[in-house]
Design a protein around this ligand. Structure first.
Ligand SMILES: *Cc1c(COP(=O)(O)O)cnc(C)c1O
Length: 355
């Protein structure tokens, strides 16, 4: 895709790129030189602009700080094997952003501001896209209610911002998860399918509790009966049971991950059977007892796959054998990585290539 300079740019005079130790990146530590900002007021979007990354000033009565109208996306731009850069599944992220904005009663960002804005911003800060295998430029588009006015109301003003930052390859050691039967992340009719800030805020305490008990993450169950698996931490969750890739079917309490969707498509292409359906806690328990479950993993942009080696169910820690590169989760990850690196054909048009 051609990128044209659609939006006006004010270039920084003091690039901070020399401060970055690209051999020792840490997730969330470095932010690239520029950000894109676009404001919504009086019923319309103003001109989007790219400006040097910097602090915001805001009124203490800014509505987002009180009533939580905030939505974000998390995606990555990759350095391909031939040196070009691509943003993975950009349009799909826009579609989800719109679903989240609708649920939070926020103004809808025009598609070209999202798509062209990200392409132009990454092009401008392309020196920040790391080259180390597995590393990437993390992209964080988000929007918040920027009107300053106290009193509960739907905001009439919004600010959309995108900033980016280089992140390392995230290799995750197998994690221990605990089936959560007290707290809920999301309820039927709630905001679970939207990528809104409050879903994260509400998950911190249950996650801290799980950590205090020696687990890395919570395996969320449905809020009504606590008997069906929903997600693993802030990732979708997948299992291999009887050789079949199984994942909970999407609902309004499960966030539709783009990694989840991509892995399901790749599984089919690899000749693997997959099922999207309710997965009950008791099915998992029985699968452990019968030895028919062979893999469990989280799926999300940050790590692609996060293997799970222990699942705590009703007072018992069930374990999975050590993972090897022969496991399905790593084969799926390898295929996804190859498409993003351009070493395998991108037959689905998932890569949005910059320059
Ligand atoms: C972002 C997110 C995911 C993963 O989505 P990807 O598009 O694959 O990164 C899964 N669950 C929750 C709750 C999330 O916020």
């Amino acid at each position: 895709m051609e990128t044209e300079a659609t939006f006006p740019v004010t270039q920084t005079r003091n690039s901070r790129i020399h401060e970055v130790d690209f051999d020792h990146l840490e997730f969330g530590k470095y932010v690239s030189d520029h950000m894109l900002v676009c404001d919504y007021a009086k019923g319309g979007w103003e001109q989007a602009e790219i400006v040097p990354y910097g602090n915001l000033t805001m009124s203490p009565s800014t509505l987002a700080l009180h009533y939580g109208q905030t939505v974000f996306e998390g995606m990555k731009a990759f350095r391909m094997a031939d040196g070009r850069i691509n943003i993975f599944r950009l349009e799909r992220h826009y579609e989800r952003f719109v679903r989240s904005l609708n649920r939070m009663c926020m103004a809808i960002l025009p598609k070209e501001v999202f798509m062209e804005g990200l392409m132009q911003l990454v092009e401008l800060d392309k020196a920040w896209v790391p080259t180390q295998p597995g590393s990437a430029l993390y992209l964080r588009p988000f929007m918040y209610a920027s009107e300053s006015r106290f009193g509960v109301k739907v905001s009439d003003e919004y600010r959309y911002i995108v900033f980016t930052g280089p992140v390392p390859s995230l290799y995750v050691n197998p994690i221990k998860v605990k089936v959560e039967t007290h707290y809920a992340r999301a309820a039927k009719g709630g905001t679970g399918f939207a990528k809104c800030g409050g879903n994260y805020g509400g998950a911190f305490l249950p996650t801290k509790d799980a950590r205090d008990h020696g687990y890395d993450q919570v395996l969320w169950t449905d809020s009504a009966t606590n008997s069906f698996i929903e997600e693993s931490g802030m990732m979708n969750v997948m299992f291999v049971i009887n050789g079949v890739l199984v994942t909970p079917a999407l609902s309004d309490s499960i966030l539709g991950g783009i990694t989840r969707e991509s892995l399901l498509i790749l599984a089919t292409e690899m000749g693997l059977r997959s099922e999207e359906r309710p997965v009950s806690v008791s099915e998992l328990e029985k699968a452990f007892q019968a030895g028919t479950i062979t893999e469990a993993f989280g799926a999300g942009t940050a790590a692609v796959v996060a293997p799970i080696n222990t699942i705590h169910i009703n007072g018992i820690d069930y374990s999975l054998q050590g993972y090897t590169p022969e496991n399905i989760l790593y084969k799926l990850k390898a295929k996804l990585d190859a498409i993003r690196a351009g070493t395998e054909a991108d037959v689905h048009g998932w890569n949005y290539i910059i320059g």
